[in-house]
Structure formats: structure tokens, C-alpha cells
Design a binder for this molecule. Structure first.
Ligand code: NDP
Length: 349
């Protein structure tokens, strides 16, 4: 599904949070179309890592240091002269010290501050794509919710009070942070009537090989760590599946570029899901493709029937953005190959 078109030549896109797992493929999707990409990172070290991972496109890449996404006016300089914006920077952490400080505020204020800078200082921007999440539509309190089919019509109903409470589980607050941030983006457009429209992309668990430089398997991003634990011996049993929907990171990058370029995507929300999965299926794939690691991957009940849980309607993103998604087999296989290479390179094997 990757594009080699030249639709972006002569235009500049700002991508916030360039050091992230998802952002690495957002960068690739735009860079491969010929866009110049300016990306925000929090420090020079992160900029150096992005330069290394995206060295093929070095001439199209530039950087702006923004130490914290929620600083008022923090993006004023970064947005100057750009033609479009993709806002990915947001904490994806499931355990934090302070739910409001560490999850809710950076997600929500981060989004509104980026939009405010764009409105003030980037008159050429006609579209801002915001990376939201399936977290923004799921109702965790309903669990597997048999019979329900999640689509763009759903909203996570967690209240701010519950999300901010210190006793609330970090996963619940993370999900709420994405819903509040996405709502903040829609509200911003309604209230401030800026020169741009907004499109939101809602991926579920994002897997696949990382487009970033990864040198430390003990500090992976949250969704990569979610898979690595299934193949490094740390899970003795197949864990209960947390969310039953997934997508490949390379496809998420492509969805962002299409969401930016498609005139029909104005004001739209896209559930960017490949399909459903369970951790059992992931373990089955790794055990089949990498028999030499079977002692490190929990066996569970191989080929167990799919549990009676919610469905996923991804017809809108497929139809309107023409997206074709990679299979779980491809995504997990490619991810495992990369983990094994990193283990060898870092002496962990
Ligand atoms: P990563 O942890 O890899 O990336 C998060 C990015 O956000 C990093 O660039 C990080 O910078 C930046 N960031 C976090 N907090 C701040 C802050 N306060 N100020 C400035 N930058 C900040 O996670 P992902 O790539 O997985 O997540 C990226 C986006 O994708 C998020 O919006 C997330 O909610 C969304 N998403 C991810 C899914 C997944 O399964 N991975 C699923 C659905 C949505 P630094 O590296 O310096 O910390």
C-alpha cells in the first residue's frame, strides 16, 4: 500500500512527536510522497535518532525542538511556513504517577495548543490530521461487549472526574485522554472557526516493525512492548487480551497521509483498524514462524476459536481512503524478525 507518488513535492508538513513509534511511519508516508517534513522532538538526542532512522530522506527533513507539547505558544515557531500538520505527540503510557498531569493534560492541552499555534501562525494550513485512537471510542467498562460493533459513531464515555482520579487505572485514563483530546480538537474547530479543517485517525493497538532506531528492548514503546513480552519469556501464560482490535504501523502511516490528502476526509473521523485479534493468535503466529523460540512463547490453547466479543467496522476507512490493511501474520512476523535482530545486535540473544 506504500506510495511512491510525488504529490507532496514542494510542500512542507509539520509532524509533532517525530521520535514516536507511530510518527516514524507517518514520516515515511509523507517523505515517500516527496513532502518536506518538519518534525517536533523534545531534544537534540531525539532529532539525531530520527535523522538516523530516516537518513534516506535527510534532505527533506528538518526539526523543531518543543520540550513539552502543552506549552502555550510552544509550536508558534514550528508551524511557520508549513502547508499541513499531523499531530501525533501524546503520551501513550499505561502506568503513570499522576493521571491528570501525566496523561490528561498533555493529551488535551497538547492538542489545543498545536491548533492555536496553527491558527495564528500558519495561514497556509488547510488540514490538520490528529492521531486519536480506538481508545477514544471504546467503552472499557463494557469489556468484550458481545454483539456490539465499534465504529466511528462510538465515543468512550469515561468522565473527566473518573479519569483524573488517582485511583483510576492508567489504561482507563489513557483511553479517556485520547477521547478528551479528540473532542477538544472537534470543539476547537467549532468554537474558533480556523482556516483549517480537522481529520482524526483512530487506530487500535498498533503493531509491526518499528521505523525508529531501537536499541533498548527494555524500553520499547507501549504497543511494541505488548508483543515483545509474548516472545521474550516474560509471560508464562497467554495474557487476557486487553483490546480485540489491531493495525500495522506502516498502514497507520499511510492512513495519515491519505487522511491529509483526501478532500473528502475534511471533518471526518476514521477507525483505522485492520481487524480483530487475540494474544493467543499472536502467540500461535510466533510459535509457528519461529519454532526455535517456542520455549519462550506461551502455548495457551493453539487455534482456539475467536471469543464472543465486539466486532470492528473498518468499512469507512477502506471505502473513503482506499486503504488495504496488512494481515496479522505479516505484521507480527515482521515485528518478531526485528526483535530478534535487535536481540542479536545488542547481545540479548
Ligand atoms: P510513543 O511513546 O512511541 O510516542 C509518543 C510520542 O509523543 C513521542 O514522540 C513522545 O516524545 C511524544 N510525547 C509524549 N508526551 C509528550 C509531551 N508531553 N510533550 C512532547 N511530546 C510528547 O507512542 P506511539 O507512537 O505509540 O503513540 C503516538 C500517538 O499514537 C499517540 O497519540 C498515541 O495515543 C497514538 N496511538 C498509538 C497506538 C499504539 O498502539 N501505539 C494506538 C492508537 C493511538 P518522547 O519520545 O520525547 O517522549
Amino acid at each position: 500500500m506504500a506510495s511512491n507518488s510525488t504529490s507532496g513535492v514542494g510542500k512542507t508538513i509539520l509532524v509533532t512527536g517525530g521520535s514516536g513509534f507511530v510518527a516514524a511511519e507517518v514520516l515515511n508516508a509523507f517523505l515517500s510522497r516527496g513532502y518536506n517534513v518538519r518534525t517536533t522532538v523534545r531534544n537534540d538526542h531525539s532529532a539525531d535518532k530520527v535523522k538516523k532512522s530516516h537518513s534516506k530522506y535527510i534532505k527533506q527533513l528538518s526539526f523543531a525542538i518543543v520540550k513539552d507539547v502543552q506549552i502555550p505558544g510552544g509550536h508558534d515557531e514550528a508551524v511557520k511556513g508549513v502547508d499541513g500538520v499531523v499531530h501525533t505527540a501524546s503520551p501513550f503510557l499505561l502506568q503513570v504517577e499522576d493521571n491528570e498531569r501525566d496523561l490528561l493534560l498533555p493529551a488535551i492541552k497538547g492538542t489545543t495548543e498545536v491548533l492555536a499555534s496553527v491558527q495564528k501562525y500558519a495561514p497556509n494550513v488547510k488540514r490538520v490530521v490528529v492521531t486519536s485512537s480506538f481508545a477514544s471510542l471504546v467503552d472499557i467498562s463494557k469489556g468484550g461487549r458481545p454483539g456490539h460493533v465499534y465504529s466511528e459513531k462510538d465515543w468512550n464515555p469515561t468522565t473527566y472526574e473518573v479519569a483524573a482520579n488517582k485511583d483510576t487505572n492508567g489504561a482507563v485514563t489513557y483511553c479517556a485522554s485520547k477521547a478528551f483530546a479528540e473532542k477538544a480538537a472537534w470543539d476547537y474547530v467549532k468554537e474558533h472557526k480556523p482556516q483549517f479543517d480537522v481529520t482524526t485517525v483512530c487506530p487500535p493497538m498498533v503493531y509491526g516493525p518499528s521505523g525508529s532506531v531501537v536499541t533498548d528492548l527494555d524500553h520499547l514503546n507501549t504497543s511494541a512492548a505488548d508483543i515483545y513480552r509474548l516472545m521474550n519469556g516474560s509471560c508464562k501464560e497467554v495474557p487476557e487480551t486487553s483490546f480485540f482490535a489491531w493495525v500495522d504501523v506502516r498502514d497507520v502511516g499511510e492512513v495519515h497521509a491519505r487522511a491529509y490528502e483526501s478532500p473528502e476526509a475534511a471533518g471526518q473521523r476514521y477507525l483505522a483498524a485492520s481487524g480483530r485479534y487475540t494474544y493467543q493468535k499472536v502467540c500461535d503466529i510466533i510459535r509457528k514462524d519461529f519454532p526455535e523460540r517456542r520455549n519462550l512463547v506461551p502455548e495457551g490453547t493453539p487455534n482456539a476459536p475467536f471469543p464472543d466479543v465486539y466486532g470492528i467496522d473498518n468499512s469507512k476507512v477502506k471505502k473513503e481512503l482506499g486503504v488495504e490493511f496488512r494481515s496479522l501474520e505479516t505484521s507480527i512476523h515482521d515485528m518478531a524478525v526485528q526483535f530478534i535482530e535487535i536481540e542479536k545486535a545488542t547481545g540479548k540473544a
